[in-house]
Design a protein. Structure first.
Length: 430
């Protein structure tokens, strides 16, 4: 009998070693890597039932996993774009489930694109963010990106580097060696935190760049001064591909484009205030001490000299004197001289030359920082985060200015910038 006492355990072994019984194979899943959300600007009849109002246009991008893995596939394109009109984000997902043959999953979303009209509507934008975070279907570390015009226009573009926008953005943001100088990343969780703490955030702009270096405009119809649609005789960029099945709209664009992430959309209280250029974002990053691996070019002795910023640090303090509030921004810059033709008369290793170069580079960095500061002052929007620094480090002073900081406090504060540049290396030639 003793030889059979282990028999029940042996018979139960397959139960413990088997996989999950209700699992779905990856080939039977539609993995959403990115999706674009636009506000539907079409006129909706007033008698349309509330649960049938097409408030949103949501375009989901579903990659063909077989093509991505290098195996054979019957699909013509690497990805399929499915556009759904729905009253809410949740109902758009429900509609998407009926239009794809596979189980839809959002566990691997890499980017969320948001169109201009959606960003201009604070009520709808807040509803969108509530929908995509309430059930935690999407991770809080997913990047948010703004699009001038329609966000869906981005997803139909062809790109030689990476046809899947979600994977492109994932690799772009995960590259820790990438220079930080022309855009400020904004993750979903950080955006929600910024809305609660300051009400202000800067979302990077995702652009399509043509072969001649110009930005490709959205296919969205523009409005003239009278508010009427300007109809274009040109064919839309996206075209349906023959052979699409299961209700999936396969789209392609005849025009190839490069991707660019630069500049920013300034959001205040869930509403788009204005766009800022990449130079203005660079000024913002200098003030916040976040610029790294970024070149600065100056003229020295009739030649161009390039200084590479390796890292920056900033310190923000406030002082009130005679009723005048002054903000002091001290920027510390570390870097190397990486390009300059020198000789025995102007050797960049000479201590006097180094001191002169540090002064010249400091002046250039000062001007670049003020590009962002001046823009924030013109907009009267503290996207620089100066108020947040006062709240964190000088809370007693913040208690006095908190109630009117966004209205007149930031507009009236005097800003003094001091830049200290250190040249750590001048290269092997010296």
């Amino acid at each position: 009998m003793k030889q059979f006492k282990w028999l029940p355990l042996l018979l139960m072994t397959p139960i413990f070693l088997s996989g999950c019984w209700d699992s779905v194979e990856i080939n039977n899943r539609s993995i959403i890597l990115e999706f674009a959300i636009d506000k539907n600007t079409d006129e909706i009849p007033e008698d349309t039932p509330i649960d049938q109002r097409p408030t949103f246009n949501v375009t989901y991008s579903i990659p063909d996993m077989a093509k991505l893995s290098g195996t054979e596939s019957l699909a013509k394109d690497t990805k399929t774009n499915v556009t759904v009109q729905a009253p809410t984000i949740a109902t758009s997902i429900d509609d998407l489930q009926t239009r794809t043959r596979n189980t839809v999953t959002f566990s691997h979303v890499k980017a969320i694109l948001m169109g201009e009209e959606l960003l201009k509507d604070p009520k709808l934008l807040e509803e969108v963010l509530d929908a995509i975070t309430r059930e935690r279907l999407i991770a809080r570390n997913v990047p948010l990106l703004a699009v001038r015009g329609e966000a869906s226009s981005i997803q139909g573009a062809k790109n030689e580097q990476q046809p899947i926008i979600g994977l492109y953005i994932m690799n772009y943001f995960n590259n820790k060696e990438r220079p930080v100088n022309y855009f400020k990343s904004e993750l979903l969780g950080n955006f929600l935190k910024n809305m609660k703490e300051t009400g202000i955030a800067t979302i990077p702009i995702f652009k399509l760049i043509s072969d001649d270096g110009t930005e490709i405009e959205s296919t969205e119809e523009k409005l003239d001064s009278d508010g009427e649609n300007n109809q274009s005789n040109e064919q839309p960029a996206e075209q349906k591909v023959e052979g699409a099945t299961d209700g999936e709209e396969q789209t392609e664009t005849s025009q190839s484009a490069e991707f660019e992430i630069s500049g920013g959309a300034v959001i205040k209280d869930y509403k788009l205030i204005d766009y800022i250029t990449k130079e203005e974002v660079r000024g913002q990053l200098l003030v916040q001490g976040e610029v790294k691996n970024s070149p600065v070019v100056i003229s020295y002795k009739d030649r161009l000299l390039t200084y590479l910023i390796k890292k920056t640090n900033s310190n923000v303090t406030f002082e009130e004197k005679n009723g005048v509030l002054t903000c002091f921004i001290d920027i510390k810059v570390h870097g190397n001289v990486i390009e300059y033709v020198s000789n025995h008369l102007q050797n960049v290793s000479n201590i006097d030359v180094l001191n002169e170069l540090e002064i010249l580079i400091s002046g250039e960095v000062y001007k670049q920082a003020h590009v962002g500061i001046d823009r924030a002052k013109d907009m009267n929007v503290d996207f620089l985060g100066l108020g947040l620094q006062m709240y964190r480090h000088q809370p007693e002073l913040w208690e006095y200015y908190e109630h009117n900081w966004n209205a007149i406090g930031f507009a009236n504060v005097k800003i003094v910038v001091d830049v200290d540049v250190e040249i750590e290396n001048t290269g092997l030639l010296q």
